[in-house]
Ligand binder design. Structure first.
Ligand code: NAD
Length: 274
């Protein structure tokens, strides 16, 4: 496996296992530079969202990196205020024009907004049928949301992007997605840096001669989970990509799994159901 290695989604589209996240990368030079540095380091996958207000800067960074822009897999997401059939179509057009692409690689429903996400999904199915997006998926969907979607849709989601790190394992959701060929993708794979000094993580970092961030990213890859760590610093962008020259033993993966305590740093999607 290397930095460009891909997995195949349930519709045959290849997505790189590893990419750059740009949540809270400031619009303008900060995002533009981060994206350029990442691509120069070999990244071929960027995860943005309408909500991050930096889609145009992602496009600028890809342009600056002077690679064929089609060689970079770009994900963006439908924000919560834009749910509904017509609004989804309009939001997609805005994102596509800010990203300056004819075709978006992956379009996700950002959060499962109750009573609305099925209409949005119908619009996403239309965008997919028209070839404007290569794959459609969801984010922050729990089993109950996925069940409702699968029962009421033509096209199953290719991806579920959820908060996922050793402190929030969500094994039933992982199993559910795997059984239905819905690829899991980890957001906040570094737990936002909160647990780098956890003794298990720092101990493994020492054992492998790697950094805590690299241990956490490698753990995603060992589990077959797509991962999109964020940084705006060139040296960290490089550091986070250096995870393809080692692997964790099964026992060490298990030691990280054992850190699970169902602790989320972000919102629990079930709060949206109330
Ligand atoms: P993350 O776990 O990737 O952590 C990022 C933070 O970790 C950085 O801001 C920095 O403080 C620190 N960091 C990064 N690399 C480091 C290194 N090598 N050494 C030390 N510190 C380092 O958190 P995230 O940004 O929340 O998640 C990653 C991406 O996932 C986002 O940028 C975004 O693209 C996506 N995301 C999606 C959702 C969603 O609802 N779908 C929510 C949050 C994030």
């Amino acid at each position: 496996m290397n930095i460009e290695a891909t997995t195949t989604l349930n519709n045959g589209v290849a997505i790189p296992w590893f990419g750059l996240g740009v949540y809270k990368s400031a619009p303008g030079g900060e995002t533009r530079n981060a994206v350029r540095w990442a691509i120069e380091a070999g990244y071929r996958h960027v995860d943005t969202a309408a909500f991050y207000a930096n889609e145009a800067d992602v496009a600028d960074g890809i342009q600056d990196a002077a690679v064929d822009s089609d060689s970079v897999f770009v994900t963006t997401k439908l924000w919560n205020d834009d749910h509904g059939y017509e609004r989804t179509l309009a939001a997609f057009d805005r994102s596509r024009s800010l990203l300056r692409r004819d075709v978006i690689d992956l379009y996700l429903i950002h959060w499962p907004i109750k009573g609305l996400f099925l209409d949005s999904w119908r619009a996403m199915e239309k965008l997919y049928a028209e070839g404007k997006v290569r794959a459609i998926g969801v984010s922050n969907f729990l089993i109950q949301h996925l069940e409702m979607l699968l029962e009421n849709s033509e096209v199953p989601p290719a991806i579920n992007q959820v908060e996922w790190h050793p402190f929030v394992l969500q094994q039933p959701l992982v199993d559910y997605c795997r059984e239905r060929q819905i690829q899991l993708e980890a957001w906040s794979p570094l737990a936002r840096g909160k647990y780098f000094d956890n003794p298990t993580i720092s101990g493994l970092a020492q054992k492998y001669g790697k950094t805590p961030a690299q241990i956490m990213i490698r753990w995603d890859l060992e589990h077959g989970v797509v991962t999109i760590p964020k940084s705006v610093h060139r040296e960290r962008i490089l550091e986070n990509s250096r995870v393809f020259d080692f692997s964790l033993t099964e026992e060490d993966v298990g030691a990280l799994d054992a850190l699970d305590r169902d602790e989320r740093l972000g919102m629990n999607p079930s709060d949206l159901d109330n």
